[in-house]
Write a protein that binds this ligand. Structure first.
Ligand code: NAD
Ligand code: SF4
Length: 441
């Protein structure tokens, strides 16, 4: 059974509200943190080995230590709650059910970073959650944990919630900052990174909701104890939102030592695949990461069980591995058609491209149209090669990672399921009337 750090109190009635949260140990980590120095807090986070939970897995303590500190220039913490990656809904769960965990993590993090004005940027489609967050902020303020002179320490902090307008690209950190400044959410070129020039050109740390929530158990336990949970550079616990062809979709907290097989089949987690169907493939880290067929998903290259962590999921690079990404775990059973699934993702990325760079603006639409042609039984063998060529020219040639995110699913689908693309081309009549999954498996 995985250890619970973030969701340990999720089942308690009323935990969404200050009274129950406080009664169950809430805000004790703030009291502890405010007795430490900001430098000590940054050290604790470094020692914990925490990696960013939004998708990139960048070491949080290192990001914090990059924060520029010019005299007289305010700094900011911005929480990225623009959770829009298809298949990913773990931050929504945290904010909806345990909002004070995020607020508590933000108070500690803002103190460590020297920020007195912090923001939560939340995706527009989560329309009911800003009210929950704003109520939690009001409650924290009424109880002396926000506002002026928090707990008599002289530390001031205000937190504001900003609603997005439904653009996936605003989850990219620099597009988010542009949007927060009131402009169109176009990604900026990096460097400079936000830690040097972020919101209103001020030093800014942008962290994911789960990352900031994890600061609370890190301070409660101490960085060293936190680092003992998990394995290698995958320390602590990770929230996984599981969906697709599984018996028990939902949000699970895992300690990154369990195997992918256990996660899919054990009753503690996904509970297996409905109707005894066979596992065909999985996208384990949100739609941007490569799809893996069952044989590569369950075992690493040297035949060991593949584990639910950053290193094991990536074993073998993109030829035989994938990524932990945002933790959006989508399972496909034997009835699913990979061509159709890839086409649906290509349509999504084409729709969400901001249009600034030619390879992404033109390439995503081109890939979508070719995939549509193949799926409709009108493709040719040359289309598969053309698709491969287009994705390879998008990857690495764009301002922001949306280009890569659009290219990788296509590359992985062709790499691992080329026969399925060929089946569509060789069986135009059949593929107009039925899924490859139903026919070919
Ligand atoms: P990235 O690797 O470019 O950056 C990671 C973080 O580290 C950023 O905050 C960046 O500013 C910081 N950083 C990196 N190098 C730095 C340096 N030298 N100095 C200072 N800071 C530095 O990745 P990214 O663009 O932040 O994220 C990409 C990932 O986002 C993808 O892998 C995908 O999985 C994920 N994603 C998640 C969602 C979601 O809804 N959660 C949506 C889309 C994409
Ligand atoms: Fe915009 Fe796509 Fe370029 Fe990102 S890669 S800046 S989304 S056009």
């Amino acid at each position: 059974m995985s250890r619970k750090l973030l969701l340990k109190n999720a089942h308690i009635e009323g935990i969404r509200f200050f009274e129950a949260y406080r009664k169950n140990g809430g805000y004790a980590a703030v009291e502890k943190a405010l007795r430490m120095t900001p430098e000590e807090l940054v050290e604790q986070v470094k020692t914990s080995g925490l990696r960013g939970r939004g998708g990139a897995g960048f070491p949080t303590g290192m990001k914090w230590s990059f924060l520029a500190k010019p005299e007289g220039v305010p700094r900011h913490l911005v929480v990225n709650a623009d959770e829009s990656e298809p298949g990913t809904f773990k931050d929504r769960y945290l904010m909806e059910y345990i909002p004070h965990l995020l607020i508590e993590g933000m108070i500690i993090s803002s103190f460590a970073l020297g920020a007195n004005l912090s923001f939560i940027y939340i995706r527009g489609e989560y329309s009911w959650i800003p009210d929950i967050l704003e109520q939690a902020i009001e409650e924290a303020k009424a109880n002396g944990f926000l506002g002026k002179n928090i707990l008599g320490t002289g530390f001031d902090l205000e937190i504001f919630v900003q609603r997005g307008a439904g653009a996936y690209i605003c989850g990219e950190e620099t597009a988010l900052l542009e949007s927060l400044e009131g402009k169109r959410g176009n990604p900026r070129l990096k460097p400079p990174f936000p830690a040097v020039k972020g919101l209103w050109e001020r030093p800014t740390v942008v962290n994911n909701v789960e990352t900031i929530a994890a600061i609370v158990p890190i301070i409660e336990l101490g960085g060293e104890e936190y680092a003992k949970i998990g394995v290698g550079k995958s320390t602590g616990t990770k929230l996984i939102s599981a969906c697709g062809n599984i018996n028990k979709p939902g949000v699970y907290e895992i300690d990154m030592t369990i195997s992918v097989e256990e996660f899919i089949y054990s009753d503690e987690y996904c509970g297996g695949i409905p109707n005894g169907k066979r596992l065909k493939a999985c996208i384990p880290g949100g739609s941007s990461v490569p799809i893996l067929p069952a044989n590569l998903l369950l075992k690493t290259m040297n035949g060991e069980p593949r584990l639910m962590n950053y290193e094991s999921l990536a074993d073998g690079g993109f030829a035989t591995g994938t990524m932990m990404g945002s933790g959006g775990f989508e399972v496909l059973d034997e009835d699913q058609c990979v061509v159709k699934h890839t086409m649906s993702l290509a349509r999504f990325y084409n729709h969400e491209s901001c249009g600034q760079c030619t390879p992404c603006r033109e390439g995503t639409g081109w890939m979508y149209r070719i995939l549509q042609k193949i799926e409709n039984g009108q493709g040719t063998m040359q289309d598969i090669d053309l698709l491969w060529d287009i994705q390879s020219k998008i990857e690495g040639n764009t301002i922001c990672p949306l280009g890569d995110a659009a290219a990788w699913p296509v590359a992985a689908a062709i790499r691992h399921f080329r026969d399925e693309f060929e089946w569509h081309i060789l069986n135009p009549e059949l593929c107009r009337t039925q899924n490859y999954g139903l026919a070919g498996y």
